[in-house]
Design a protein around this ligand. Sequence first.
Ligand SMILES: C[S@@+](CC[C@H](N)C(=O)[O-])C[C@H]1O[C@@H](n2cnc3c(N)ncnc32)[C@H](O)[C@@H]1O
Length: 406
Amino acid sequence: MSRYYNIQVFSRDKFICAPHKWVMNTTDPARFFIVYPMDLEDLGLRELEEKFKLHNPQTPLIIIAVICGGIEIECPLYMGLNLNRILRTPTRILLRLAEFKCRDAPKLYQKMSKFNWAPWLLGQIPEVTSAAKNSRLFDSRKIDKAIQDGVAQYYRHKPVKKRYLDHLEVAKAQALPKIYFRTEDDSCTLSIDTTGERMHLRGEKILTGLAPIRENLAALLLIELRSHVKSTDITLIDPMSGSGTFLIEAKNSNKVTENRDFSFLHMPLAIDSLAFFNNSIEETKITFFQAFVGFDINAEVVAQSKINAPEIDFSCVDLFSKSPHTYKNPVVIMNPPYGIRVGENINLEYFYKIIESVKNKFNPEILGIIIPDDYKMKTNSDFKILKARPFKNGGIEVTFYVLGFK
Ligand SMILES: C[S@@+](CC[C@H](N)C(=O)[O-])C[C@H]1O[C@@H](n2cnc3c(N)ncnc32)[C@H](O)[C@@H]1O
């Protein structure tokens, strides 16, 4: 059962980390900050709760806070690190290493030189990303230098074991964990990145069409869509499927991400217990949607999506062609082209025309559609807006509308 300290979404300003013990073993309780695309954190929470229960039914997940941009949790260290492979909606996962008061760079250097880096670093001087607010330590160059010099000083007293140095030689630089440092009102939080390249990179889809949606955004919007579906045995349709991201994400919603590197795999603590990490994940093939169908007007894009996901039914069809398609319990999700991204001549009428075509062609129970905020949808005689979720897609302000047809 989940235990919540707080599930309100706070602004970052109000959120203050509580102190916690330093972690040393894979089963120790550890704090993580899971980063999500802004405004969709509650959907991330739904996935987190579901998957955590699925993979760790005996262990309670402690949600410390849901704040703007992420969720702070506490759970055993190995489970938190494995969330990188289990979750499909976050951007990245940071492990909280320490919290302390600090007002100047020499003191920060002192703290960093005494911090126990042995479980986390292989002998490298880590890249640092720092942020400061209302603090006497505010110059990011000075902060980064104090941390990096402190780490170098630590190694002088605690030389790194040869097996870790050997691992470091073969590890790719971009996969090595970065340090994240944040200070607010002189309260500092030291974290280490456990993810590396952003989590939307699954290591499986290779070919992309025009303006593909990020995989983790697609996974989040599918969670929203699911919550409005009433029938079972559903066919999920994307009539403008591009590289097929929505359909691939829906099909792989419970898939474990195995084919890519994660930063935590380059931490001594994980290297020493790799088998343990690998044994603690059980994959399930159960998915919410049962069949997956994609269409696109562009034959080249269709050919690419077939290579990306041969098990999904993709074909070349113009949404505005008249012929209807009959599927069992259809539900539609789509990300039509927006003017700015693909250079089409777009206006409000274009989106109403899309909605009308979807209704005539597939007669779905509901439609989830991304529309730029320049064009506001209103409930009308054809459909009702069941939900409108504003968010940013590739820097553009858009809304994901869930429409129920009348
Ligand atoms: C923004 S992209 C969709 C991206 C897709 N969600 C992905 O992640 O790859 C829009 C797609 O709509 C397709 N398209 C544009 N007009 C269409 C039409 N009339 N019928 C079907 N597809 C169309 C384009 O070829 C393009 O692949």
